[in-house]
Design a protein around this ligand. Structure first.
Ligand code: SF4
Length: 235
């Protein structure tokens, strides 16, 4: 009989193989995604703060409006009360996001430096610690900044990835997004985090939707716990 540690190792190997198959099948179906252009850390942080609980379109409208209104991020700190909130209104939650962005910028420019947070050469753990110490920046936002801006391997889990990987059977029962991030970083090899992240989001938007799954046309049906049941009519 396997010891607890043996079971854990066994599960890690099986899930790792499963994650490898998922990466390959998604690549075969969608192709290898083109990563978005790398933004400076502050830009990526602000863009990710604007993306929480809103669509990409609304996030982009708000981010573009910010860039148009303020020549530099520091200019936001000199803006009249309420102006920032109205500029980012297209993303919604203007008061909350406005407060987070102001606090972030106050910290960024406190010592006159424009490069805060300096993530040059940091490890994933150091980067996560630095970023999540900022009020309003959680593990998903921190992971987005590390992955997209610094290309430091981290696996941000948004609502699509959480839903899809739960249905796939990759997550333990009741795993929240923070736990999901930890689990997926364990099962996927770091060099495919970016690709797997982007293709899983695409799968969640186009095929494994929140209200309706299209298991019959899903490239992952053969390796998906939910998909296998739906194939047998046992869902
Ligand atoms: S097989 Fe169905 S449930 Fe599984 S990932 Fe695909 S669409 Fe989602």
């Amino acid at each position: 009989m396997l010891s607890g540690q043996g079971n854990e190792e066994c599960e890690r190997v099986i899930m790792g193989l499963s994650a490898g198959s998922i990466t390959f099948l998604l690549r075969d179906h969608f192709g290898k995604p083109t990563p978005p252009p790398r933004l400076p850390v502050l830009d990526e942080l602000i863009k990710t703060i604007l993306s929480q609980n809103t669509s990409d379109r609304n996030r982009d409208l708000a981010f573009d409006a910010l860039k148009k209104r303020y020549p530099g991020w520091k200019d936001i700190l000199a803006s009249p009360p309420g102006e920032l909130e109205s500029v980012i209104a297209p993303a919604g939650l203007g008061a909350t996001r406005g407060r987070t962005i102001r606090e972030l910028l106050e910290r960024a420019f406190a010592d006159g430096g424009e490069s805060f947070p300096d993530l040059e050469g940091v490890t994933r753990e150091e980067g996560m610690r630095t970023l999540t110490s900022i009020r309003g920046v959680g593990p998903k936002t921190a992971a987005c900044v590390l992955l997209f801006s610094c290309r430091i391997p981290a696996f941000p889990v948004d609502t699509h990835i959480h839903r899809v990987t739960r249905r796939l059977g990759l997550l333990p029962e009741g795993a929240d997004r923070v736990k999901a991030q930890e689990v997926l970083e364990k099962y996927f090899p770091p060099d495919v985090y970016l690709e797997a992240h982007l293709n899983l989001i695409r799968l969640g938007r186009e095929i494994c939707r929140s209200r309706k799954t299209q298991c019959v046309s899903c490239p992952l049906q053969g390796v998906c716990r939910t998909g296998v049941f739906s194939k047998r009519g046992e869902k």
